[in-house]
Ligand binder design. Structure first.
Ligand code: CA
Length: 242
């Protein structure tokens, strides 16, 4: 089997984020960070433009700045949450004000989360992913497929070119995590947190043992090369095999 860059298949369409923020430098910074993280980004500079963008195409999640020129972000959020077609749209509020009362007002207004400026792109991406995970449980039923490596989360089964691959429970969870988070580097600490859960005490080198087992199980099909070591950083499930 040969896997080349040109045959790379995306797992699913990139999630689309609509960014409603009137200050261009901040909007640019957010859009840049989100695009780098693999999101499809649309931008709006005021509430009116955002409503037009929503009417045009529903995004997967929306970021709403608290202070807007034509309406407060809080009022905008309330309007969205009153709209039967949009009330389940995940929404994160952005604000420069760290007061607890604002946070409460934002969440009571219907926001799913709240982030205070200044924030790092990494922090924003983490918040977005958390809200998307909470709001999009049906993703868990989808059969994942990369280049003939298939993982069926409902049947709890992995197939390589239609042939069953035998994996231990930890290797299965690891592969499931990798296939739902492809082409991104995760440190051992992050993998422990996401695969084992934050409350379990496991030594970081345990990760290496399970990575070795996972690679061994995938080896005969050539898929072991998708599980890549990134020196000094961690591991990555690559949809491109170089
Ligand atoms: Ca603003």
């Amino acid at each position: 089997m040969t896997v080349t860059r040109s045959t790379r298949l995306p797992l699913m369409a990139a999630k689309q984020i609509l960014v409603l923020e009137d200050e261009k430098p901040i909007r640019d910074m957010i859009a840049f960070g989100l695009r780098r993280a693999g999101f499809d980004v649309r931008e709006a500079e005021d509430a009116r433009t955002a409503r037009a963008a929503l009417a045009d195409k529903r995004p997967d999640l929306m970021l709403v700045d608290w202070m807007l020129p034509d309406m407060s972000g809080l009022e905008f959020t309330r309007q969205i949450k009153r709209d039967p077609n949009l009330r389940d749209l995940p929404l994160i509020m952005l604000t420069a004000r760290a007061e607890e009362t604002d946070k409460v007002a934002g969440l009571e207004g219907g926001a799913d989360d709240y982030i205070t400026k200044p924030f790092s792109p990494r922090e924003l991406v983490a918040r977005i992913n958390a809200v998307l995970r909470r709001s999009d449980p049906q993703v868990e039923g989808e059969v994942l497929n990369f280049e003939g490596l298939q993982l069926d989360p409902v049947a709890h089964r992995v197939l390589a070119h239609e042939k069953p691959v035998t994996l231990g429970p930890t290797e299965y969870r690891m592969l499931e995590f990798f296939m739902t988070h492809p082409d991104r580097v995760y440190s051992r600490e992050q993998l422990l947190d996401r695969i084992w859960g934050g409350n379990v005490y496991v030594e970081e080198r345990t990760i290496d043992v399970h990575i070795r087992r996972l690679r061994k199980a995938l080896e005969e099909f050539g898929y072991d090369r998708m599980v890549q070591t990134v020196r000094g950083a961690g591991y990555r499930f690559s949809t491109r095999v170089e």
